[in-house]
Design a protein around this ligand. Sequence first.
Ligand SMILES: Nc1nc2c(c(=O)[nH]1)N[C@H]1C(S)=C(S)[C@@H](COP(=O)(O)O)O[C@H]1N2
Ligand SMILES: [Mo]
Length: 369
Amino acid sequence: MSTTEVEYSVDKPLNREPPVKRLVASFITPDDAYYDRNHGPIPHLSADKHTVTVNGLVSQPLTLSIAQLRSDFPQHEVVCALQCAGNRRHTMRTLLKEVQGIDWMDAAVMNCKWRGPRLRDVLEKAGVQKNREGLHVAFGCYQVKCQDDDWFGGSVKLERGLREDGEVILALEMNDKPLPHAHGHPVRVVIPGVTGARWVKWLDRITVQENESPNYYQRRDYKILPPDATDSQSAQKYWDKVPPIMEMPINSVVAVPDDNETITLPPSGKVEVNGYAVPQGDQGPVTRVEVSGDGGKTWVDAQLEGSAKDKKWCWVLWRADVPVEKGSGREILSRATDAGGNTQQEHSEWNLRGVVYNGYGASRGLAVV
Ligand SMILES: Nc1nc2c(c(=O)[nH]1)N[C@H]1C(S)=C(S)[C@@H](COP(=O)(O)O)O[C@H]1N2
Ligand SMILES: [Mo]
């Protein structure tokens, strides 16, 4: 571990997002528009030397090389959105009340093609226990220390990890190339529909166990605390009681125009608006996006672009021509609905860590001239 070459540090990890306009320019997010979210340094691991150990409640513990992960199992491809639970925290903080955490705007999300063996095939090979009820599958990375723990880990219910239509994979490739170092090279977990914190990068351990991952980022972070947890002290009593965030909610954002822009109104009286929308957990795809230029009094249906309509786990990019009156302080809102019938509400409830904000998408402070 001490010999691993690393970039950045425990004290100053790499955390950044692209401009949201650049993000919505492409259905598959290109490598120069990936967001980065790290709780520690980025290790540079060798695909020739790295191994993943599979242990715990399995009859045949395994240690697999990257070559084995590639050649001993069918490779599965899935296109899906990866989102940090802190995406849109800035909106919760400015619209509702101050929260704790990095000031993510609307772009801590990406939509990529991932490829690698299915978790279920790897666990079957390890002889996963037949009575699966109540068990968890935990993912670990012991390569580098993190800010609040000595390692990084997360878990999901074993049933979720094994579901045939759940499409959980151990990704070796992202957008047809080996994973970049910053995004988990040589292997990371991909769990479509589930929050990014469980998509462990630089994966080196998979454990079938009776309890959730004991890691800090499963037990003491990435939870929606109730509103009376108003500071770190009043939060204490809730950490053990509140479940970890798993499935991400229905969401959308307005990317173009961006906040505080000046727009010249075309003769049509309508402004061209673009954004993205993501479905809730496994209830995709997004089936409808509505947009309002008058504070929610009237809504127009957006066109959902490209091939996303039938893709369950993806985001959709959308566009609409929306009537807006001239003046300052104008606002454009968006509201998404998915195949499961989930629809965004105007606001979501405040929580101390500012996670999972999914009120209406919005661009505010527009000057329409
Ligand atoms: N080993 C490890 N895996 C990790 C993290 C981390 O800090 N260390 N961050 C998690 C979080 S909180 C998110 S949102 C995603 C971010 O993935 P990305 O940096 O590829 O965008 O990775 C997850 N996997
Ligand atoms: Mo995250």
